[in-house]
Structure formats: structure tokens, C-alpha cells
Design a protein around this ligand. Structure first.
Ligand SMILES: Nc1ncnc2c1ncn2[C@@H]1O[C@H](COP(=O)(O)OP(=O)(O)O)[C@@H](O)[C@H]1O
Ligand SMILES: O=P(O)(O)O[C@H]1O[C@H](CO)[C@@H](O[C@H]2O[C@H](CO)[C@@H](O)[C@H](O)[C@H]2O)[C@H](O)[C@H]1O
Length: 446
């Protein structure tokens, strides 16, 4: 029951809770970066599970639907208080006027240092809270009392940094199952791959199904992400090819480790045709959701037809799945790879399927183009030099050159740009012109 001295009388069962929350969440959700329907009205809302984490803090899974979407499930940590200190005003979600929370202020508890600290305590000492399970790596001792702060910046989830020692990613849009961002780095680190920070604690729910909810891992102090470094290089005119070459090598190293740790897929004689069919299907589906794609559909198919004729290339294996400059961190002179969640728009079963490693290469190549497009003035030659250096670094480590199968690389780049168009349309409509510029280029065969 929630909250304490100022506690509402009635029980907080889901339908009752919704009478309080529906109104405020309908306003708040579409404004969140991680909401997969940015700016679109929520048409349906339901509480999937609710757990009182501590007095005044509710853990919620909610199901939401917005115009033109299927159901999505989101994780929320809600603080509930009569009076909110000014330092938490930026985290206010709303003030319900009905139901058991009428008269209270509801806010995002991840921004509340007290709730964030208690969440870390849960992770430090394994146990349960209702359907929630907190677990940790037995070898690691996380010290108590680390000061939390919410990481600001462009994210698909919400991350908390504790004392500059650990970072907790709280997944926002939940897909049922074990999240690859827990499974993959644990497996890689277990095999001695030093390119990934290894999870030290995590929490999950078994209601309605086993689902990873958050992962704690060491914080790489002083590290800068590749996107920031790329933009700095563009702004200063400083060369980025050495870093790109090293990044290519790091990517190949992670691919080699993934192929060791996870059973690779079986080479398939008809793999090329299957791959092309899957890409065409994604293109058609996406074009229905992103009308700007429609004029390009028939020409983009040509890139896929080439794959159908040529075969799928390297044997399929587990890959990163959403590799871009924001997913790599440079600490000292070394690149680390993070965020093995895969493309968050797709179901987990699809994301963990063995795929061609060239897909990750294509993701990073797109990212160099994104950076060149985002900076002013636009610098396409900068992107081209980085792309070449990246592939050369990859080839030096992997002993195969992604450029050797240009058709395949191009098809994956196209498929990736289509994904990006969907991602941007849903989450950052202002950015849609960036993947659309690539779509226009690829459609012209350039
Ligand atoms: N282990 C880490 N050490 C330092 N910073 C990190 C670490 N993991 C993530 N970050 C920072 O958090 C940001 C978001 O992480 P990411 O896993 O990509 O989250 P999301 O899936 O929400 O986008 C990264 O761009 C990076 O700045
Ligand atoms: O949040 P994630 O990092 O899991 O990935 C999603 O969001 C990314 C944006 O933050 C998005 O990446 C796209 O934009 C990047 C620049 O912000 C660019 O470097 C990438 O190349 C481009 O794909 C990513 O696609 C999405 O899955």
C-alpha cells in the first residue's frame, strides 16, 4: 500500500490505479523519448503489473497503444508524494484528480536520489519484491552508498550512474524474454572478451512473463562515446580515420568472440533469397508506417534483388544488431562496445537470430553518414574516409573484407536506413530527413 503518512485509503489494484493514472500518463508518455509513438495520442492504457518497491515508490508495467500501433509495454517507476521538493519538479508526471492518488503528485522516481539509492540496494542484496527478482554476479561486490545521478542525453532507455562506478540501465519499452543486453555481454565477458563492460547485477520480473527489466554494469569513467567524438572531429576538422580504423578492428574482435561464444547459424543455400525476402518485407511494412518511403520502394528493391541472386555471404552468427557510433565508447585509446539490445523496434526473438556480421558493419557505416549529415557544414568526404578506414580495420582483424561483397553491404545499408526511417519517425520525427537522404542516395544506386 502506498504511500506512508499521506497514504490514500483505497488499495492500489490495477483498475483502481488506472483511474488515477490514465489522464496524467496520456499526457506524459507521448513526450518521452523512449515512447514509441512520439507526439501521437495514447488510445488505450492498461496496468500489467504493479509492485510497491518501497513506501512512496511504485514499480509499474503498463500496456499502451497509440494511433496506428500494436500494444507496447513500458516500465515506469512512479514516486507518489503530497509535497514534492523543488529539486524534483522537473520529474513531475502529473497530479491525478481522481481515484486513490487524487491530491498526490506523481513523478518519475528514477530522478529521486532516494528511490535510485534504494534500487541499488535491492541490486546489491539479491531478493524479491512481489514478481520482481534482483540478482547479481557472485564475484562482484558493489559498495553501498554510491551517489546516483540520471544520465541525461539521447537514450532509448533511462540510465543511472552510481558514484561514477556503475551504470544501471532501466529498460523502458519492455519486450518479454531475457534481454540480449544482459545475455550477450555476460557471455562475452565470461569468455574473456575485454571489449565489453560485464553486467554485475540485474533485475527482472516473472509477471506476466520472465522479462529483464534492468542491468547494472561498471561505468567506464572518462569514456566518450563515438558519436560525440565524431561530431568533435567534424567541428574541429581533425581527422578521424585512425579512430575509425581501430573501431573496425574492435568490431571484428567482438564478432570473432561472438562466433566463439554462441553457436553460429547453419549456412543456408537459399539464404540469399530468404534474406532478400525478409528485407523486402521490412521495406513494405515500413513504407506503410513511414509514407515518405513510398516513392523509393520499387528502386530500393533492386538492392535486395542483387542479394537474392548472390547468396548471403558470411555464415550467420550472433551480432550486435544495432551498431552505431553511440554504442561504442572510447576510454584511453581503446574502444568498448555497449548496448547489445539489438534494434529496439523488433521483438527479441528476431533480434537474437543469427545474422550476417556485415549487418553491424553496415550499421556503423550508416552512422558515419549520420554524423556527417548532422554536423554543419555537411561533410560527405569525411564520412567516406571514415567508412573506408573502418572497413580496412575490420578486414585486418577479421581476415575478410566487408567491401569484398559490395552488393551485400549495400543491401544491409539499405535495410538499416529503412529501419532508421522507422525509428526516427517514431521517436525523433525531426531527424527523419537524415535516413531519408541515405534512402534517396541508395535508391539512385550511389
Ligand atoms: N559502461 C558504461 N560506461 C560509461 N558510459 C556508459 C556505459 N554504458 C552506457 N554508457 C553511456 O550511456 C549512454 C546510453 O547507453 P546505451 O546502452 O546506449 O543506452 P540506450 O539503449 O538507452 O540508448 C551511452 O551512450 C554512454 O554515454
Ligand atoms: O537507443 P539506441 O542506442 O539503442 O538506438 C536507437 O537510437 C539511436 C539514436 O540514439 C538510433 O541511431 C541513429 O542515430 C544515431 C545518432 O543519434 C546514429 O549514430 C545512428 O547511426 C542511427 O542509426 C538507432 O538506430 C536506434 O536503434
Amino acid at each position: 500500500m502506498l504511500p506512508t503518512a499521506t497514504q490514500p485509503r483505497e488499495g492500489l489494484n490495477p483498475p483502481l490505479l488506472l483511474t488515477s493514472l490514465a489522464g496524467v500518463l496520456r499526457q506524459w508518455l507521448p513526450e518521452q523519448r523512449w515512447f514509441a509513438g512520439k507526439g501521437l495520442p495514447v488510445t488505450d492504457l492498461a496496468v500489467v503489473s504493479t509492485t510497491e518497491l518501497h513506501p512512496g515508490c511504485l514499480h509499474l508495467l503498463i500496456r499502451s497503444r497509440h494511433a496506428g500501433s500494436r500494444d507496447d509495454c513500458y516500465q515506469l517507476l512512479l514516486g507518489v508524494s503530497r509535497v514534492l521538493p523543488p529539486r524534483l519538479h522537473h520529474a513531475v508526471i502529473g497530479r491525478p484528480s481522481e481515484g486513490p492518488l487524487a491530491g498526490f503528485t506523481v513523478y518519475d522516481a528514477l530522478h529521486d536520489p532516494r528511490s535510485a539509492a534504494l534500487l541499488l540496494e535491492r541490486l546489491r542484496t539479491p531478493g524479491t519484491a512481489g514478481p520482481l527478482r534482483f540478482e547479481r554476479d557472485a564475484q562482484t561486490v558493489v559498495p553501498p552508498g554510491l551517489t546516483p545521478r540520471v544520465l541525461d542525453g539521447e537514450q532509448s532507455n533511462t540510465s543511472l550512474v552510481y558514484g561514477d562506478s556503475y551504470i544501471l540501465k532501466v529498460f523502458r519499452r519492455i519486450q518479454y524474454g531475457v534481454n540480449p543486453d544482459l545475455e550477450v555481454p555476460r557471455a562475452l565477458a565470461g569468455e574473456g572478451c575485454a571489449r565489453v563492460p560485464s553486467p554485475v547485477a540485474w533485475f527482472w520480473t516473472n509477471e506476466p512473463r520472465k522479462t529483464t527489466l534492468g542491468v547494472l554494469q561498471p561505468f567506464l569513467r572518462g569514456a566518450t562515446d563515438g558519436w560525440t567524438l565524431a561530431l568533435q572531429s567534424l567541428a574541429s576538422g581533425r581527422d578521424f580515420t585512425d579512430e575509425s580504423y581501430e573501431l573496425g578492428r574492435a568490431t571484428a574482435e567482438v564478432h570473432l568472440a561472438l562466433a566463439q561464444v554462441f553457436v553460429p547459424g547453419t549456412p543456408d543455400r537459399h539464404g540469399g533469397r530468404r534474406l532478400a525476402a525478409a528485407m523486402i518485407s521490412r521495406l513494405d511494412t515500413t513504407a506503410r508506417q513511414v509514407p515518405a518511403l513510398v516513392p523509393y520502394v520499387s528502386r530500393l528493391r533492386a538492392a535486395y534483388d542483387a542479394v537474392a541472386a548472390r547468396g548471403p555471404g558470411r555464415p550467420p552468427q550472433r551480432i550486435h544488431g544495432d551498431l552505431h557510433l553511440g554504442q561504442v565508447l572510447r576510454a584511453g585509446h581503446r574502444w568498448f562496445v555497449i548496448d547489445f539490445e539489438g534494434e529496439p523496434a523488433h521483438p527479441i526473438a528476431e533480434r537474437i537470430r543469427a545474422q550476417a556480421p556485415v549487418r553491424d558493419v553496415a550499421g556503423m557505416l550508416r552512422s558515419f553518414e549520420y554524423a556527417a549529415h548532422a554536423g554543419r557544414p555537411r561533410r560527405p568526404r569525411w564520412a567516406q574516409r571514415c567508412r573506408e578506414a573502418y572497413c580496412a580495420g575490420y578486414a585486418a582483424e577479421a581476415a575478410w573484407d566487408p567491401r569484398a561483397q559490395a552488393d551485400l553491404l549495400r543491401a544491409h545499408e539499405t535495410d538499416r536506413a529503412v529501419y532508421e526511417a522507422l525509428y526516427e519517425a517514431r521517436h525523433r520525427p525531426d531527424w527523419l530527413p537524415v535516413p531519408m537522404a541515405a534512402i534517396a542516395r541508395l535508391a539512385e544506386g550511389r
